[in-house]
Write a protein that binds this ligand. Structure first.
Ligand SMILES: *Cc1c(COP(=O)(O)O)cnc(C)c1O
Length: 394
Protein backbone atom coordinates (compact mmCIF):
# COMPACT_ATOMS: atom_id res chain seq x y z
CA UNK A 1 0.00 0.00 0.00
CA UNK A 2 2.91 2.34 0.64
CA UNK A 3 3.93 2.35 -2.96
CA UNK A 4 4.77 5.79 -4.23
CA UNK A 5 1.84 7.67 -5.80
CA UNK A 6 3.23 9.98 -8.46
CA UNK A 7 1.78 13.40 -9.13
CA UNK A 8 1.59 12.45 -12.78
CA UNK A 9 2.26 9.22 -14.69
CA UNK A 10 4.00 9.79 -18.01
CA UNK A 11 5.03 6.16 -18.49
CA UNK A 12 1.92 3.94 -18.53
CA UNK A 13 -0.09 5.85 -21.17
CA UNK A 14 2.86 5.66 -23.54
CA UNK A 15 3.54 1.99 -22.86
CA UNK A 16 -0.08 1.23 -23.66
CA UNK A 17 0.44 2.83 -27.08
CA UNK A 18 4.07 1.76 -27.51
CA UNK A 19 3.75 -0.09 -30.82
CA UNK A 20 1.73 2.67 -32.45
CA UNK A 21 4.08 5.38 -31.20
CA UNK A 22 7.16 3.54 -32.39
CA UNK A 23 5.65 3.07 -35.82
CA UNK A 24 5.19 6.87 -36.02
CA UNK A 25 8.94 7.16 -35.58
CA UNK A 26 9.62 4.37 -38.07
CA UNK A 27 7.33 5.98 -40.67
CA UNK A 28 9.11 9.31 -40.29
CA UNK A 29 12.51 7.61 -40.69
CA UNK A 30 11.43 5.76 -43.80
CA UNK A 31 9.78 8.82 -45.37
CA UNK A 32 12.66 11.10 -44.38
CA UNK A 33 10.07 13.70 -43.36
CA UNK A 34 10.82 15.44 -40.09
CA UNK A 35 9.51 19.01 -40.41
CA UNK A 36 6.10 19.78 -41.91
CA UNK A 37 4.56 17.36 -44.37
CA UNK A 38 1.50 15.12 -44.15
CA UNK A 39 1.94 14.17 -40.47
CA UNK A 40 1.79 17.82 -39.41
CA UNK A 41 -1.05 18.67 -41.78
CA UNK A 42 -2.99 15.61 -40.64
CA UNK A 43 -2.69 16.51 -36.99
CA UNK A 44 -3.60 20.15 -37.65
CA UNK A 45 -6.78 19.03 -39.38
CA UNK A 46 -7.69 16.60 -36.59
CA UNK A 47 -7.01 19.08 -33.81
CA UNK A 48 -8.94 21.91 -35.50
CA UNK A 49 -11.89 19.54 -35.78
CA UNK A 50 -11.50 18.49 -32.13
CA UNK A 51 -11.56 22.15 -31.01
CA UNK A 52 -14.38 23.12 -33.34
CA UNK A 53 -12.06 25.72 -34.88
CA UNK A 54 -11.55 26.36 -38.58
CA UNK A 55 -7.76 26.41 -38.49
CA UNK A 56 -4.99 24.86 -36.45
CA UNK A 57 -1.34 25.79 -36.89
CA UNK A 58 1.17 23.46 -35.24
CA UNK A 59 4.11 25.24 -33.59
CA UNK A 60 7.11 24.42 -31.40
CA UNK A 61 5.52 24.93 -27.95
CA UNK A 62 2.66 26.55 -26.08
CA UNK A 63 4.86 29.58 -25.50
CA UNK A 64 5.44 29.89 -29.26
CA UNK A 65 1.70 29.55 -29.77
CA UNK A 66 0.93 32.42 -27.39
CA UNK A 67 3.65 34.65 -28.81
CA UNK A 68 2.76 33.98 -32.46
CA UNK A 69 -0.98 34.39 -31.85
CA UNK A 70 -0.42 37.74 -30.13
CA UNK A 71 1.82 38.95 -32.95
CA UNK A 72 -0.54 37.70 -35.67
CA UNK A 73 -3.49 39.40 -33.95
CA UNK A 74 -1.76 42.71 -34.53
CA UNK A 75 -0.43 43.41 -31.05
CA UNK A 76 2.29 46.01 -31.51
CA UNK A 77 5.29 46.95 -29.41
CA UNK A 78 4.30 49.54 -26.85
CA UNK A 79 0.71 48.35 -26.48
CA UNK A 80 -0.76 46.70 -23.38
CA UNK A 81 -2.02 43.12 -23.25
CA UNK A 82 -4.07 42.29 -20.17
CA UNK A 83 -3.91 38.94 -18.35
CA UNK A 84 -3.95 37.50 -14.81
CA UNK A 85 -1.11 37.14 -12.28
CA UNK A 86 -1.87 33.51 -11.33
CA UNK A 87 -0.60 31.69 -14.37
CA UNK A 88 2.56 30.08 -15.65
CA UNK A 89 5.11 32.71 -16.68
CA UNK A 90 4.88 31.65 -20.35
CA UNK A 91 1.68 33.72 -20.61
CA UNK A 92 3.45 36.96 -19.75
CA UNK A 93 6.74 36.02 -21.45
CA UNK A 94 4.79 35.79 -24.68
CA UNK A 95 3.29 39.24 -24.11
CA UNK A 96 6.70 40.82 -23.44
CA UNK A 97 8.36 38.95 -26.29
CA UNK A 98 5.67 40.20 -28.67
CA UNK A 99 6.95 43.64 -27.61
CA UNK A 100 3.90 44.54 -25.55
CA UNK A 101 3.52 45.60 -21.92
CA UNK A 102 1.78 43.40 -19.37
CA UNK A 103 -1.42 44.59 -17.71
CA UNK A 104 -2.72 42.51 -14.80
CA UNK A 105 -6.25 42.09 -13.46
CA UNK A 106 -7.18 39.92 -10.49
CA UNK A 107 -9.07 36.62 -10.55
CA UNK A 108 -12.40 35.29 -9.39
CA UNK A 109 -12.25 33.77 -5.91
CA UNK A 110 -14.18 30.65 -6.93
CA UNK A 111 -12.95 29.72 -10.41
CA UNK A 112 -9.40 31.16 -10.09
CA UNK A 113 -9.90 32.53 -13.62
CA UNK A 114 -9.94 36.15 -14.81
CA UNK A 115 -12.65 38.15 -13.06
CA UNK A 116 -14.48 40.06 -15.81
CA UNK A 117 -15.57 42.69 -13.27
CA UNK A 118 -11.89 43.42 -12.57
CA UNK A 119 -11.22 43.69 -16.29
CA UNK A 120 -14.05 46.22 -16.55
CA UNK A 121 -12.69 48.10 -13.55
CA UNK A 122 -9.21 48.19 -15.11
CA UNK A 123 -10.56 49.65 -18.34
CA UNK A 124 -13.01 52.05 -16.74
CA UNK A 125 -10.90 53.40 -13.91
CA UNK A 126 -7.33 53.20 -15.20
CA UNK A 127 -7.91 54.05 -18.86
CA UNK A 128 -9.61 56.65 -21.01
CA UNK A 129 -11.20 56.04 -24.41
CA UNK A 130 -8.98 56.30 -27.47
CA UNK A 131 -10.03 57.38 -30.95
CA UNK A 132 -10.69 53.83 -32.20
CA UNK A 133 -12.65 52.91 -29.09
CA UNK A 134 -9.68 51.14 -27.54
CA UNK A 135 -8.71 52.09 -24.00
CA UNK A 136 -5.62 54.21 -23.42
CA UNK A 137 -3.89 53.76 -20.09
CA UNK A 138 -3.95 56.98 -18.09
CA UNK A 139 -0.44 56.61 -16.65
CA UNK A 140 1.53 55.35 -19.64
CA UNK A 141 -0.52 56.55 -22.60
CA UNK A 142 -0.31 53.04 -24.07
CA UNK A 143 -3.20 51.48 -25.97
CA UNK A 144 -4.78 48.33 -24.54
CA UNK A 145 -5.06 46.04 -27.57
CA UNK A 146 -5.66 42.50 -26.36
CA UNK A 147 -6.67 40.33 -23.45
CA UNK A 148 -5.38 36.84 -22.61
CA UNK A 149 -7.79 34.89 -20.41
CA UNK A 150 -6.14 31.74 -19.06
CA UNK A 151 -8.33 28.63 -18.82
CA UNK A 152 -6.56 27.57 -15.65
CA UNK A 153 -6.46 23.95 -14.45
CA UNK A 154 -8.69 22.96 -17.39
CA UNK A 155 -11.67 25.26 -16.78
CA UNK A 156 -12.68 27.86 -19.36
CA UNK A 157 -12.76 31.47 -18.11
CA UNK A 158 -16.04 33.43 -18.07
CA UNK A 159 -15.92 34.09 -21.80
CA UNK A 160 -19.39 35.64 -22.34
CA UNK A 161 -18.44 38.61 -20.19
CA UNK A 162 -14.91 38.84 -21.59
CA UNK A 163 -16.13 38.63 -25.20
CA UNK A 164 -18.72 41.36 -24.52
CA UNK A 165 -16.04 43.62 -23.09
CA UNK A 166 -13.67 42.89 -25.97
CA UNK A 167 -16.41 43.90 -28.44
CA UNK A 168 -17.12 47.15 -26.61
CA UNK A 169 -13.46 48.13 -26.39
CA UNK A 170 -12.20 46.70 -29.66
CA UNK A 171 -9.80 44.25 -28.00
CA UNK A 172 -8.46 41.02 -29.45
CA UNK A 173 -8.88 37.88 -27.31
CA UNK A 174 -6.15 35.25 -27.27
CA UNK A 175 -7.22 32.31 -25.11
CA UNK A 176 -4.45 30.65 -23.15
CA UNK A 177 -5.87 27.14 -23.54
CA UNK A 178 -2.57 25.44 -22.69
CA UNK A 179 -4.27 23.53 -19.85
CA UNK A 180 -7.70 23.16 -21.42
CA UNK A 181 -7.70 20.70 -24.34
CA UNK A 182 -11.34 19.75 -24.85
CA UNK A 183 -12.75 21.95 -22.08
CA UNK A 184 -16.24 23.26 -22.73
CA UNK A 185 -18.09 26.44 -21.84
CA UNK A 186 -21.80 27.09 -22.12
CA UNK A 187 -22.33 30.48 -23.72
CA UNK A 188 -25.60 31.84 -22.38
CA UNK A 189 -25.53 34.52 -25.02
CA UNK A 190 -25.34 32.02 -27.85
CA UNK A 191 -27.24 29.33 -25.97
CA UNK A 192 -24.74 26.63 -26.91
CA UNK A 193 -21.66 24.83 -25.65
CA UNK A 194 -18.35 26.13 -27.00
CA UNK A 195 -15.00 24.40 -27.08
CA UNK A 196 -11.93 26.01 -25.52
CA UNK A 197 -9.88 27.35 -28.38
CA UNK A 198 -12.85 28.29 -30.57
CA UNK A 199 -14.12 31.35 -28.69
CA UNK A 200 -11.48 34.10 -28.95
CA UNK A 201 -9.77 35.48 -32.03
CA UNK A 202 -7.21 32.77 -31.51
CA UNK A 203 -6.08 30.35 -28.84
CA UNK A 204 -2.80 28.80 -27.75
CA UNK A 205 -2.41 25.15 -26.81
CA UNK A 206 0.62 23.43 -25.30
CA UNK A 207 1.48 19.79 -25.91
CA UNK A 208 4.21 19.70 -23.28
CA UNK A 209 4.35 16.05 -22.12
CA UNK A 210 2.51 16.69 -18.85
CA UNK A 211 -0.47 18.44 -20.48
CA UNK A 212 -3.76 16.58 -21.08
CA UNK A 213 -2.64 16.03 -24.66
CA UNK A 214 1.13 15.76 -24.56
CA UNK A 215 3.81 15.10 -27.17
CA UNK A 216 6.98 13.09 -26.49
CA UNK A 217 8.91 16.36 -26.56
CA UNK A 218 7.98 20.02 -27.09
CA UNK A 219 4.98 21.01 -29.20
CA UNK A 220 2.10 23.47 -29.35
CA UNK A 221 -0.62 24.86 -31.60
CA UNK A 222 -2.62 27.97 -32.41
CA UNK A 223 -6.30 27.56 -33.25
CA UNK A 224 -8.43 30.26 -34.87
CA UNK A 225 -11.54 30.79 -36.99
CA UNK A 226 -9.95 33.74 -38.76
CA UNK A 227 -8.29 32.97 -42.09
CA UNK A 228 -5.98 35.99 -42.00
CA UNK A 229 -4.84 35.09 -38.46
CA UNK A 230 -4.13 31.55 -39.62
CA UNK A 231 -2.10 32.75 -42.61
CA UNK A 232 -0.02 35.21 -40.61
CA UNK A 233 0.61 32.67 -37.82
CA UNK A 234 1.83 30.17 -40.41
CA UNK A 235 4.28 32.71 -41.76
CA UNK A 236 5.52 33.74 -38.32
CA UNK A 237 6.26 30.14 -37.34
CA UNK A 238 8.34 29.68 -40.50
CA UNK A 239 10.70 32.65 -40.83
CA UNK A 240 8.03 34.93 -42.26
CA UNK A 241 7.79 32.99 -45.49
CA UNK A 242 4.77 31.55 -47.31
CA UNK A 243 7.00 30.57 -50.21
CA UNK A 244 10.47 29.21 -49.45
CA UNK A 245 13.13 31.96 -49.34
CA UNK A 246 10.62 34.76 -50.01
CA UNK A 247 10.27 36.49 -46.65
CA UNK A 248 7.43 38.99 -46.26
CA UNK A 249 8.30 39.60 -42.63
CA UNK A 250 10.84 38.42 -40.07
CA UNK A 251 9.51 35.40 -38.26
CA UNK A 252 10.78 32.58 -36.08
CA UNK A 253 11.84 28.99 -36.28
CA UNK A 254 8.73 27.77 -34.49
CA UNK A 255 7.49 24.79 -36.47
CA UNK A 256 5.99 21.54 -35.24
CA UNK A 257 8.07 18.36 -35.69
CA UNK A 258 6.56 15.71 -37.95
CA UNK A 259 7.34 13.01 -35.37
CA UNK A 260 5.62 14.95 -32.57
CA UNK A 261 2.63 15.61 -34.85
CA UNK A 262 2.34 11.89 -35.61
CA UNK A 263 2.53 11.06 -31.91
CA UNK A 264 -0.12 13.69 -31.12
CA UNK A 265 -2.47 12.23 -33.76
CA UNK A 266 -2.17 8.80 -32.13
CA UNK A 267 -2.82 10.23 -28.66
CA UNK A 268 -5.63 12.60 -29.73
CA UNK A 269 -7.87 9.59 -30.43
CA UNK A 270 -7.64 8.67 -26.75
CA UNK A 271 -8.08 12.18 -25.36
CA UNK A 272 -11.89 12.09 -24.93
CA UNK A 273 -11.63 8.86 -22.89
CA UNK A 274 -8.71 10.22 -20.85
CA UNK A 275 -10.69 13.40 -20.15
CA UNK A 276 -13.63 11.33 -18.98
CA UNK A 277 -11.45 9.43 -16.50
CA UNK A 278 -10.11 12.74 -15.18
CA UNK A 279 -13.66 14.01 -14.70
CA UNK A 280 -14.70 10.82 -12.93
CA UNK A 281 -11.63 11.00 -10.68
CA UNK A 282 -12.39 14.66 -9.88
CA UNK A 283 -15.93 13.73 -8.91
CA UNK A 284 -14.62 11.00 -6.62
CA UNK A 285 -12.20 13.38 -4.94
CA UNK A 286 -15.03 15.92 -4.52
CA UNK A 287 -17.29 13.37 -2.87
CA UNK A 288 -14.63 11.93 -0.59
CA UNK A 289 -13.28 15.33 0.43
CA UNK A 290 -16.70 16.69 1.34
CA UNK A 291 -16.20 15.40 4.85
CA UNK A 292 -12.78 17.00 5.19
CA UNK A 293 -13.11 20.24 7.17
CA UNK A 294 -11.22 23.28 5.99
CA UNK A 295 -10.45 21.79 2.57
CA UNK A 296 -11.91 23.65 -0.40
CA UNK A 297 -12.59 21.54 -3.48
CA UNK A 298 -12.58 22.91 -7.04
CA UNK A 299 -15.58 24.93 -8.16
CA UNK A 300 -17.01 23.94 -11.51
CA UNK A 301 -19.70 26.33 -12.70
CA UNK A 302 -22.94 25.05 -14.22
CA UNK A 303 -21.95 26.24 -17.66
CA UNK A 304 -18.55 24.67 -17.49
CA UNK A 305 -17.02 21.28 -18.23
CA UNK A 306 -13.51 21.32 -16.87
CA UNK A 307 -10.98 18.81 -18.19
CA UNK A 308 -9.18 18.77 -14.81
CA UNK A 309 -5.66 19.23 -16.06
CA UNK A 310 -5.03 19.71 -12.36
CA UNK A 311 -7.15 18.86 -9.33
CA UNK A 312 -6.46 21.71 -6.95
CA UNK A 313 -7.68 21.97 -3.37
CA UNK A 314 -7.41 24.86 -0.97
CA UNK A 315 -6.25 24.89 2.64
CA UNK A 316 -4.71 27.47 4.98
CA UNK A 317 -1.98 24.97 5.93
CA UNK A 318 -0.90 23.62 2.61
CA UNK A 319 2.86 23.38 3.38
CA UNK A 320 2.11 21.12 6.35
CA UNK A 321 -0.31 19.07 4.29
CA UNK A 322 2.22 18.74 1.50
CA UNK A 323 4.94 17.50 3.88
CA UNK A 324 2.56 15.03 5.49
CA UNK A 325 1.58 13.63 2.12
CA UNK A 326 5.23 13.36 1.04
CA UNK A 327 5.98 11.40 4.23
CA UNK A 328 3.26 9.04 3.05
CA UNK A 329 4.66 8.76 -0.46
CA UNK A 330 2.06 10.97 -2.09
CA UNK A 331 3.41 13.57 -4.50
CA UNK A 332 1.64 16.89 -4.96
CA UNK A 333 2.31 20.15 -6.80
CA UNK A 334 1.89 23.90 -6.20
CA UNK A 335 0.36 25.83 -9.09
CA UNK A 336 1.60 28.47 -8.65
CA UNK A 337 3.36 29.45 -5.40
CA UNK A 338 4.33 33.01 -6.41
CA UNK A 339 1.94 35.18 -8.45
CA UNK A 340 3.65 36.73 -11.45
CA UNK A 341 3.46 40.35 -10.26
CA UNK A 342 5.61 39.38 -7.24
CA UNK A 343 8.22 37.42 -9.23
CA UNK A 344 11.75 38.74 -9.31
CA UNK A 345 11.57 38.87 -13.10
CA UNK A 346 8.83 41.49 -12.82
CA UNK A 347 10.33 43.62 -10.05
CA UNK A 348 10.82 46.26 -12.72
CA UNK A 349 7.04 46.60 -13.11
CA UNK A 350 6.84 48.03 -9.58
CA UNK A 351 4.02 45.94 -8.14
CA UNK A 352 3.78 45.21 -4.44
CA UNK A 353 2.03 42.80 -2.14
CA UNK A 354 -1.65 43.68 -1.89
CA UNK A 355 -2.04 44.75 -5.53
CA UNK A 356 -3.91 41.56 -6.53
CA UNK A 357 -5.21 40.16 -3.23
CA UNK A 358 -7.18 37.19 -4.58
CA UNK A 359 -4.27 35.89 -6.65
CA UNK A 360 -1.95 36.39 -3.68
CA UNK A 361 -4.21 34.57 -1.25
CA UNK A 362 -4.78 31.53 -3.44
CA UNK A 363 -1.08 31.33 -4.31
CA UNK A 364 -0.49 30.54 -0.63
CA UNK A 365 -3.35 28.10 -0.17
CA UNK A 366 -3.62 25.92 -3.26
CA UNK A 367 -2.19 22.44 -3.57
CA UNK A 368 -2.62 20.08 -6.51
CA UNK A 369 -3.35 16.42 -5.81
CA UNK A 370 -2.30 13.54 -8.09
CA UNK A 371 -4.48 13.61 -11.21
CA UNK A 372 -3.91 11.59 -14.36
CA UNK A 373 -5.73 8.96 -16.42
CA UNK A 374 -4.93 5.68 -14.71
CA UNK A 375 -5.07 7.07 -11.17
CA UNK A 376 -6.66 4.11 -9.38
CA UNK A 377 -9.61 4.13 -7.00
CA UNK A 378 -7.55 2.68 -4.19
CA UNK A 379 -4.90 5.37 -4.73
CA UNK A 380 -7.50 8.13 -4.48
CA UNK A 381 -8.94 6.53 -1.34
CA UNK A 382 -5.48 6.30 0.19
CA UNK A 383 -4.76 9.98 -0.63
CA UNK A 384 -8.01 11.16 0.97
CA UNK A 385 -7.46 8.90 3.98
CA UNK A 386 -4.09 10.50 4.53
CA UNK A 387 -5.56 14.00 4.21
CA UNK A 388 -8.14 13.11 6.87
CA UNK A 389 -5.52 11.49 9.08
CA UNK A 390 -3.50 14.72 8.87
CA UNK A 391 -6.55 16.71 9.93
CA UNK A 392 -7.09 14.56 13.01
CA UNK A 393 -3.54 15.26 14.09
CA UNK A 394 -4.05 19.03 14.03
C1 LIG B 1 2.18 24.90 -20.19
C2 LIG B 1 1.65 26.28 -20.24
C3 LIG B 1 2.15 27.23 -21.14
C4 LIG B 1 3.39 27.02 -21.99
O1 LIG B 1 3.42 25.92 -22.77
P1 LIG B 1 4.84 25.30 -23.23
O2 LIG B 1 4.44 24.26 -24.22
O3 LIG B 1 5.49 24.74 -22.03
O4 LIG B 1 5.62 26.40 -23.85
C5 LIG B 1 1.52 28.46 -21.19
N1 LIG B 1 0.48 28.77 -20.39
C6 LIG B 1 0.00 27.89 -19.50
C7 LIG B 1 -1.16 28.28 -18.65
C8 LIG B 1 0.57 26.63 -19.39
O5 LIG B 1 0.11 25.76 -18.47
Amino acid sequence: MNKNIPFLDLVSPHLQLEDELISVFRDALRAGKFIGGPAVEGFEKDFALFCDAKYCIGVGSGTDALRFALMASGVKPGQIVVTVPNTFIATTEAISQAGASIGFVDIDEKTYNMDPAKLREYIETQCKAGSDGRPIHNKTGQTVSAVVPVHLYGQVADMDAIVAMARTYNLKIIEDACQAHGAQYFSKKENRWRMAGSIGHAAAFSFYPGKNLGACGEAGAVTTNDEAMAKTTKMIRDHGQAQKYYHDIEGYNGRLDAIQAGILSVKLKHLPAWTETRRVAAKKYNEMLQRADGIGTPFEGEGSKSVYHLYVIRTKRREELQSYLVENNINTGLHYPVPLHLQKAYECLGYKKGDFPVSEEVAEELISLPMFPGLADHQQKYIVEKIQEWQFKL
